[in-house]
Design a protein around this ligand. Structure first.
Ligand code: NAP
Length: 255
């Protein structure tokens, strides 16, 4: 029984969560703190990061403001963060969604989505693996999306960014296994957060109802994603790497 409980416990392990100022990242941080992790919370908005920090269980949590479009600086940033102690886990939840028809998606928009969602994921994984930055056994979880495996009109750039993360995680998993670092993705369906609230504001109530009808179990909650992320980060997931766990109330199966 103790073994079962211990395999879900983080017992002071340091975990970096990007996108921790909002939505799924904030929910992951809160959930992980309840399991004993010490969090490094990252995002761009200091005030919102501090609000997350104040909502965590336990002590020793810190915030670090960083804009992930500064791809060239990610390595030095992670080296600086880990000077105080190595990381056992990374949750990359920072991301942007742009619902735009193809004709309104210019090259700069496409690149911006790829930069925040995907290129930063690669740079973070690369930096995490630097000597002294991680403590094995370690685990990385990228928040992808069912848009990476199912088509949605208006989401071409976003879908590309998420499909790329899913493919990248498989190869990173192969390359990092020898270092004792597992790499996995979760692919959530629709969960109400600031991101989806903004997207939903463009829809009529009828369109929202039609979207929800695609979800046999209804829309998800941030904690549904946080618990799956925690499982993949924890010792309970120690034989899982290169996977993509779909968390979508059955939406992608229905399609
Ligand atoms: N909600 C859903 O239904 C859903 C479904 C599938 C996948 N996802 C994915 O889940 C992840 C989290 O989404 P969410 O719903 O929690 O969205 P959210 O509430 O809008 O949060 C997005 C987070 O990303 C951070 N971020 C954005 N651009 C950044 C940048 N350039 N540098 C650093 N941080 C940046 C934001 O930080 P600041 O606010 O501090 O700038 C914020 O913390 C995203 O990758 C999203 O694609 C969400």
């Amino acid at each position: 029984m103790d073994h079962a409980r211990d395999s879900f416990s983080f017992n002071g392990q340091r975990i970096l969560v990007t996108g921790a100022s909002s939505g799924l990242g904030r929910a992951c941080a809160v959930f992980l703190s309840g399991l004993g992790a010490r969090l490094v919370l990252s995002g761009r908005d200091e005030r919102k990061l501090e609000a997350t920090r104040l909502s965590l269980v336990g002590s020793g949590h810190v915030t670090s403001v960083f804009d992930l479009t500064r791809l060239e600086d990610i390595s030095a940033w992670i080296a600086g963060l880990t000077a105080d102690g190595p990381l056992s886990g990374l949750v990359h939840s920072a991301g942007v969604a742009k619902t735009l028809p193809v004709k309104a998606t210019d090259a700069a928009t496409f690149r911006q989505v790829m930069s925040v969602n995907t290129e930063s994921a690669f740079a973070l994984a690369r930096a995490f693996r630097q000597k002294k930055s991680f403590l094995a056994p370690a685990s990385i979880v990228f928040i992808a999306s069912i848009a990476g495996i199912v088509g949605y009109a208006g989401l071409s750039a976003y879908s590309a960014s998420k499909a790329a993360i899913i493919g990248m995680a498989r190869s990173l998993a192969m390359e990092f296994a020898r270092d004792g670092i597992r790499v996995n993705c979760v692919s959530p369906g629709f969960v109400m957060t600031e991101m989806t609230r903004a997207e939903q504001s463009f829809l009529t109530p009828q369109q929202v109802a039609a979207l929800e009808a695609d979800y046999p179990l209804g829309f998800g909650e941030p904690e549904d994603v946080a618990s799956a992320v925690s499982f993949l980060l924890s010792a309970s997931g120690k034989w899982i790497t290169g996977s993509n766990l779909v968390i979508d109330g059955g939406a992608s199966t229905l399609r």
